[in-house]
Design a protein around this ligand. Structure first.
Ligand SMILES: NC(=O)c1ccc[n+]([C@@H]2O[C@H](COP(=O)([O-])OP(=O)(O)OC[C@H]3O[C@@H](n4cnc5c(N)ncnc54)[C@H](OP(=O)(O)O)[C@@H]3O)[C@@H](O)[C@H]2O)c1
Length: 350
């Protein structure tokens, strides 16, 4: 599997060869150094300044996807030249880059575009770019991500030594976080569910969303310092560009289920806290014949659920935008139906 950028300069522009595109970006400067080690000798400020000016590039192609009629569905992964932190610092530039990448996707023939990582966050879950480019539909991929996250947490609850474990969702007010909170509040298989957000009005909206559900009285709004020492399972789902979890605050033997990109969990978590279990969450198992052509640093034959959702919608020839903004439970259900139909399977945590 290639781990290098493949800038397809010689691509025949008249040939519309792809059905869908998925947008990504370097999570941080380390990701850029991994691809271009020679940049280490250039002052960071200088190359970052020029780097963000280059157009989006093709990172890899997705192969092995075949629809029910035997038609090959080809995908392309396009990377924006801008890190998560730069995207948060300059949202306008980031939005322009997302727009440029969607235009590039269209030129390559794609009629479906998945907004990976912060390309979704900086466009309000895709709302800012949805409908802007004729003939291209978008999804933020969050419905399948919410589903896989919920199923992952269910496994952790089932296998927990605690009968009804306490759970915290950090970033509960986000697109994925709020859907997962609602799913959990419906089934109630936890002791107390602590929700941690950042913006008070978003917290109020989330509380209203879950109020009709039977277990909402066991949901508590709080902050991270209060929540972490009390919970057996921590789910991280923020769009912070750096770490937010403080290792020393975690309860003994806690499990951290981190779906974020870039990661909310510090790299040295397990050194500082060997009693804690870390799970790279929000992933899904791909059928063996599908290859995404790039090593994202996750296990072979797995994918980020947001990429998988894009593949599934393209496979099903879904005729509209799908998940834009917040995720609804109907979208979660539909994404699950597609995953079952095309044999994309949840990763079990036994
Ligand atoms: N594993 C996968 O397959 C997969 C798929 C899709 C997305 N993701 C990742 O999942 C994460 C969440 O995505 P999303 O679309 O749900 O994001 P989102 O809708 O933008 O929500 C982000 C959440 O994070 C909170 N937040 C933002 N900055 C924060 C900070 N500095 N400290 C604490 N909380 C902060 C927000 O709080 P307020 O709203 O209250 O301000 C909100 O609750 C991202 O890292 C994304 O890259 C992973």
């Amino acid at each position: 599997m290639s781990n290098k950028f493949t800038i397809h300069n010689k691509l025949d522009k008249s040939k519309r060869e792809y059905d869908f595109a998925f947008l990504v970006h370097p999570r941080n400067i380390q990701d850029i150094y991994k691809e271009f080690p020679f940049l280490k000798i250039v002052p960071v400020v200088l190359f970052m300044f020029f780097f963000k000016k280059i157009p989006p590039v093709i990172l890899s192609t997705v192969n092995g996807v075949v629809d029910e009629k035997g038609k090959k569905i080809k995908g392309v992964i396009i990377s924006l030249p801008i890190t998560a932190e730069q995207m948060l610092r300059d949202r306008n530039l980031a939005k322009k880059q997302v727009f440029r990448a969607i235009k590039k996707a269209k030129k390559l023939g794609a009629t479906y575009v998945g907004l990976g990582s912060f390309t979704s966050v900086v466009t309000s879950g895709g709302q800012d770019v949805c409908g802007l480019i004729e003939g291209v539909h978008v999804t933020n991929g969050n419905a399948l991500t919410a589903s896989m996250t919920y199923l992952g947490i269910q496994d952790l609850i089932r296998n927990s030594t605690v009968r009804e474990p306490n759970i915290a969702i950090i970033g509960a007010t986000g697109s994925i976080g709020s859907a997962v909170t609602e799913l959990l509040t419906k089934d109630g298989s936890f002791g107390t569910l602590y929700i941690v957000g950042r913006t008070p009005s978003h917290i109020q909206k989330l509380l209203q969303r879950i109020t009709p559900h039977p277990h909402s009285h066991r949901v508590m709004e709080t902050n991270m310092e209060e929540a972490l020492p009390k919970v057996d399972i921590v789910v991280t789902a923020t769009s912070a560009s750096g770490t937010v979890i403080r290792a020393e605050l975690l309860k003994k033997d806690a499990i951290v289920y981190d779906i974020t990109q870039p990661k909310n969990t510090p790299q040295d978590l397990l050194t500082k806290r060997p009693d804690v279990t870390f799970i790279d969450g929000g992933l899904i198992k791909l059928p063996e014949h599908i290859h995404v052509g790039y090593n994202f640093g996750i296990p072979t034959n797995t994918s980020f659920s947001c990429l998988a959702e894009t593949i599934l919608l393209s496979l099903a020839h879904y005729p509209d935008d799908f998940c834009v903004g917040n995720v609804t439970l109907e979208q979660v259900k539909y994404a699950e139906t597609l995953a079952n139909r095309y044999k994309f399977s949840p990763i079990r945590h036994t």
